[in-house]
Design a protein around this ligand. Structure first.
Ligand code: ACO
Length: 438
């Protein structure tokens, strides 16, 4: 795919007096890159870019984001339009196929989601053998990895029909997530229902009970739809890059996604949504003293960071956080819930946005800053927040895995390094070794 975007412009590089010409690649939205695919072969040099601050790992047709302007588009559609007008299922289809579904395509995709909603009954025994209080992300990652054995057709034929592959995973992860919660509470499992929409079905599995039937609330369904859409893809973030890298070794989709779930678990990535609410709870417990947290975040000797703030790519508002903040107000109002954590979050945002430290470093609220407050209002416990993120991110992960798999320029992902350890030295037999030889 890359060669299609090579321009007739070149970058000139001089190394120790020798000149090299490097092609320039330009994406459809004008992003430019220096093509260094032949750099090592032609010059003997590699590039060094810890944290991949300046490194493009692929070309992709899925998501465009422009961090300085706060733009996020899936397959060319603005996130604001999708969040306002679509269901999560439509957006999942869009990410996977590149176009919004027709009514028939939508029906087919929804039917498959219904058809694959059950998990193998033997998988339910897994839940009984994790130690109490196992983190739901650990359970999710293990269960998703094990799907490759319960559905071995994937290992035999890794590229099945994309709709089947994707809906099987998106539907089963929803069931696994809800069962994880029920099992953690010691409550009876509620099985999926074919007559409910994707989000309503999830909420019903989470909150229905033999002693108190769950009444589906359209506002809650709409809020969940929106939040999942906002999480559905975010180009080459840590977990998506993990899915691509693991998948580049030609491992099956389930194992690749399981690795992505593990990456998402980290507090600097998807785990931040849980950490935000825990931070807000701590502030609430200390009588709303948020200034201490701001001061700690600014102290270079303190590793503490204001969670839910900052982003590697967005150096202005994260467009998702604007939509989530509004959704948060709407859902709390609809449910007639007043959450003091929302007031603290808004005050914290106000103070941080007017503080030189945060202004200079372009630190704005990110997607995780308000999402946890919505989850709390819906009744989802904080240790499930990152699982919710994973549920939303699945279509993006699958779309990237498939794009990587189909890319004619695909190579196994294998970065280089600059070795800085000891130079070659003679081996000393054990009985002759002395401390001074180290
Ligand atoms: N609070 C205080 N200071 C911060 C924060 C923060 N949340 N984020 C960045 N900074 C500061 C850093 O200390 C650094 O300051 P310095 O230049 O004086 O050393 C500067 O801003 C740049 O920070 P980096 O760590 O270089 O930025 P990077 O792009 O590597 O990290 C990250 C991005 C990990 C998201 C970071 O902003 C962070 O840790 N945020 C808090 C955790 C969080 O909310 N993560 C969720 C991100 S969204 C997502 O993954 C879904």
């Amino acid at each position: 795919m890359i060669d299609k975007f090579v321009t007739n412009k070149i970058a000139e590089l001089t190394i120790e007096g020798e000149k090299y010409s490097l092609p320039i690649i330009e994406g459809t939205e004008g992003e430019k890159a220096i093509d260094i695919r032949k750099l090592r072969q032609e010059t003997g040099y590699i590039t060094l870019d810890s944290g991949y601050m300046n490194t493009g790992s692929c070309t992709s047709e899925i998501t465009y984001l422009e961090g300085s302007k706060g733009i996020l588009n899936y397959r060319g559609y603005a996130i604001e339009d999708l969040a306002e007008n679509c269901s999560f299922v439509e957006v999942a289809y869009l990410l996977l196929h590149g176009h919004l579904p027709t009514a028939d395509e939508y029906q087919h995709f929804s039917n498959l989601l219904g058809r694959f909603a059950l998990i193998h009954e033997d998988m339910i025994h897994f839940f009984d053998h994790f130690p109490p209080n196992t983190a739901p992300m650990a359970i999710l990652s293990s269960m998703v990895n094990s799907l490759s054995n319960f559905y071995p057709e994937m290992a035999e034929n890794p590229i099945e029909d994309i709709d089947i592959m994707a809906t099987r995973l998106i539907s089963k992860v929803r069931t696994i997530a809800a069962f994880t919660y029920k099992k953690s509470m010691g409550w009876p499992l509620v099985y999926p229902r074919h007559d409910l929409s994707y989000c309503a079905n999830f909420l019903n599995m989470m909150f229905d009970s033999p002693v108190k039937p769950y009444v589906i609330n359209d506002e809650v369904v709409a809020a969940l739809n929106k939040i999942l859409i906002l999480h559905a893809d975010h180009e080459q973030n840590c977990s998506t890059s993990t899915v691509r890298l693991v998948g580049s070794a030609r491992v099956n989709l389930y194992a690749s996604i399981s690795a992505g779930i593990s990456a998402l678990w980290g507090p600097l990535h998807g785990g931040a949504n849980q950490a935000v609410v825990e931070m807000l709870e701590d502030i609430y417990a200390s009588d709303g003293d948020y200034q201490t947290y701001i001061d700690r975040a600014k102290n270079p000797d303190d590793p503490f960071r204001l969670v839910g703030f900052g982003h590697r790519v967005y150096k202005s508002y994260d467009p998702r956080s604007i939509i989530i903040k509004k959704a948060c107000d709407d859902v709390l109002e609809a449910l007639n819930v007043s959450d003091p954590l929302l007031d603290i979050a808004k005050e914290l945002e106000e103070v941080a946005l007017n503080d030189e430290f945060f202004i200079e470093r372009n630190l704005y609220p990110n997607v995780d800053f308000y999402s946890g407050i919505i989850y709390r209002a819906i009744g989802i416990p904080s240790n499930m927040f990152t699982v919710m993120f994973a549920l939303g991110r699945l279509p993006g992960w699958i779309a990237h895995w498939k794009e990587m798999w189909d890319d004619p320029n695909w190579r196994i992902g294998r970065p280089r390094q600059i070795y800085v350890g000891p130079k070659h030295r003679p081996f000393i037999p054990k009985e002759e070794r002395e401390k001074k030889d180290r």
